[in-house]
Write a protein that binds this ligand. Structure first.
Ligand SMILES: [Zn+2]
Length: 223
């Protein structure tokens, strides 16, 4: 896992909250795109926010997960390990457990019913959180929700800050290799013949894994 804890240059953030957007660093965006196109399934992760700007995503943190075309299930231990790793690095949950990112292996970037249920269950106790979805045609959706006071949800525009691209372009090959290794180690796609249950005898075509969602059942992002 590559963590960009100390940006080389001081970033400046817009102070006008009316023009706020969910903004990805060059590397976070390229890694998110890599994950979206690396295989045939959805892939999930956590956005690591900049210490001074929660809407600026510095990295996409990936944990071990079981992925299908329509769902992702994070491994319980992998989530716990991420929290331990972040705690050891002095990074609070407000920086890495508020922005939930996942890819869709198609054109749609609309949240599924499972996405909505997961977002409500896992992040519903957070004062703020974001669900963002990247599809394969370059489109992305992002929604910011607040649960304090009367609560609110607003769609966020998304953008990429390419300002450090000239400094990073020369090291892209090694970055991609690191992402490839991360993907190979953590993204598990079950083999249908061995691991997927058969179509139920009642004729239902809903895949049993459709009901899995991204997080352990008793886990909440505010922990
Ligand atoms: Zn989804």
């Amino acid at each position: 896992m590559t963590l960009l804890l100390k940006p080389k240059r001081q970033r400046r953030f817009r102070s006008d909250r009316r023009t706020r957007a969910l903004t990805f660093s060059t590397l976070a965006w390229l890694k998110f795109q890599f994950l979206c196109h690396a295989g045939p399934t959805e892939v999930g992760g956590f956005g690591l926010s900049h210490a001074d700007e929660p809407l600026f995503i510095e990295d996409v943190l990936v944990v071990r997960q079981l992925c299908t075309f329509v769902s992702v299930a994070f491994e319980d231990l992998a989530v716990a390990d991420l929290f331990d790793e972040m705690a050891d690095a002095g990074i609070p949950p407000s920086r890495f457990a508020r922005v939930w990112l996942h890819t869709h292996p198609g054109a749609s970037v609309e949240p599924s019913s499972v996405d909505e249920a997961t977002f409500a269950r896992v992040f519903g106790a957070c004062d703020w959180s974001i669900m963002a979805i990247l599809g394969r045609t370059g489109r992305m959706s992002a929604r910011l929700q607040f649960t304090t006071g009367p609560g609110a949800a607003i769609a966020l525009p998304t953008r990429v800050d390419w300002s450090d691209w000239p400094d990073l372009a020369g090291s892209l090959a090694e970055r991609v290799e690191a992402w490839r290794q991360d993907y190979a180690a953590k993204i598990h796609v079950p083999r249908p013949k061995d691991e997927l249950p058969r179509t139920p005898s009642n004729g239902s075509h809903q895949h049993p894994l459709d009901t899995l969602d991204y997080f352990p059942g008793d886990w909440h992002a505010f922990q």
